[in-house]
Design a protein around this ligand. Sequence first.
Ligand code: ARG
Length: 570
Amino acid sequence: MSLTPLGSQELPAMPAARTATRSTTAPLTMFGPDFPFPYDDWLRHPAGIGALPEERHGTPVAVVGGGIAGLVSAYELMRLGLRPVLYEAGELGGRMRAVPFQADPGYVAEMGAMRFPVSATTLFHYIDLLGLRTRPFPNPLSPHTSSTLVHLGGERHLARTVGDLPAVYQEVADAWEKTLREEAELAVMEDAVRRRDVPLLKAVWNRMVRTLDDQSFHGFLAASPHFRSFRHREIFGQVGFGSGGWDTDFPNSVLEVLRVVFTAADEEHVSIVGGTGRLVDGLWTLGAEGAAHWPAGTSLASLHEGRPRPAVTALRRATGGITVEDEQGSVETYPAVVFTPHVWTLLNRIDCDPALLSVPQWTAVERTHYMGASKMFVLTDRPFWLDRDPRTGQDLMSMTLTDRMPRGVYLFDDGPGRPGVICLSYTWNDDSLKVATLNDEQRLERLLAELHRIYPEVDIRQHISGPPVSVTWETEPLFMGAFKANLPGQYRYQRRLFTQFVQHGLPAEQRGLFLAGDDVSWTAGFAEGAVTTALNAVWGVVDALGGTSHPANPGPGDVFDEIAPILLPE
Ligand code: ARG
């Protein structure tokens, strides 16, 4: 692709993503920056996202993995008149896992995805389609959070906004803001994302990709004149921005963090009322009204007679497609397969024909890097933390950010007199490993002991109803981690996986398998990336089966050459 220089008068025509179609005050959305395709507009377009020749209607297409990526691709393939055949090795939902509490199954613990940025407009297409209600998520220092306690180096600071914290916290916040403006072109990037100015976005972002792919998040901070002080970097790592401390991301490529910032992915989070399970069940049971081929009321559940197929054990090239074998010994050949689980399952659980991917793609699969994460939740008799401390007049307990083992403590209340939920700890990587080998009882003891040091007056245990629930994603056999995170120098690998859905130039034996989901996404750890890569795969399947997009509504593969992620030299 040719890069349009900044300020050029001759901008290339961008059919699906015309330049500057929105105003400077339009909201930030998860648009680009690596592949600025307007998935939200594409889905909403009255012409639909594509059409298949009639003789293809009813053709079975395998979808491996029933997480959000698998469900979205299966749902859209069904709407296009194909017969998605969904395989799921564990539970539908994947990392959208909501576990009911034993003491009151009306309340759930959100073990994986729990907070969604409103800038995730493609994900919200489905949340809105299902008519799900959302409510603000109680992140640190958010206007919806009653109070936040920052506990670093043994000192406690209670705050509603950053302005309530000691001056050094304001200095840290200013240093981050200035670093973003001066070292990462924040103003231009935000303006380009708001206006969906594709040439501008690509010109500026591609320049950053070239210079910053080799830089870690910590290296980027340390190189900023505003973060000369280690103390400031340390506090920043512990308190961070948006959803909290990001120091466990310090070794990652800084591009991973900048993307999140430019697309407001770590701001204004909401949770789904009733739990993320509503989204999972909703997509599974939603009738595909106006679908090609299928009668009204057809749903994924009805096509599968209520249950997805079991775990896939082998994927092989066959004449006329790809053969999928499952745990129960069924063997079926499909013209196309959408693959959404962790790509490492292609190495350790599924006997996958090496010919299905190129050697460079296999290298990218092998090098895929995940963050670990652990959480522990308890149900409480009521939201006792909102009681006033008689001595201080403040909340008894607050959303807590600490440099000690629990790291992040989140409080969820459902109104006075009703049960409450506490996430006693949400941790990543090294902090997650600290609890990974403990059983629930040991975890609970350690976390309550740590929280007792922060809140010596509060007896959390007396309010707990029933056993806790916990997860460590890196030791979950089917997941091996919580979400992908690229290390410095991994942009090329990410590009190989992300662009795999465009298969025109590929040899015949490498066609028909479409990778999608978190691993393939540029914004891993955000459902938006799973959803948008699922839509890429849907485009790929339509294309592979001889279908096309409507000319008025070109899809991601149709405009690929114009907006493709930058190809760095090998
Ligand atoms: N979105 C997830 C959350 O809200 C985590 C993703 C953060 N990404 C990262 N690389 N740390 O907790």
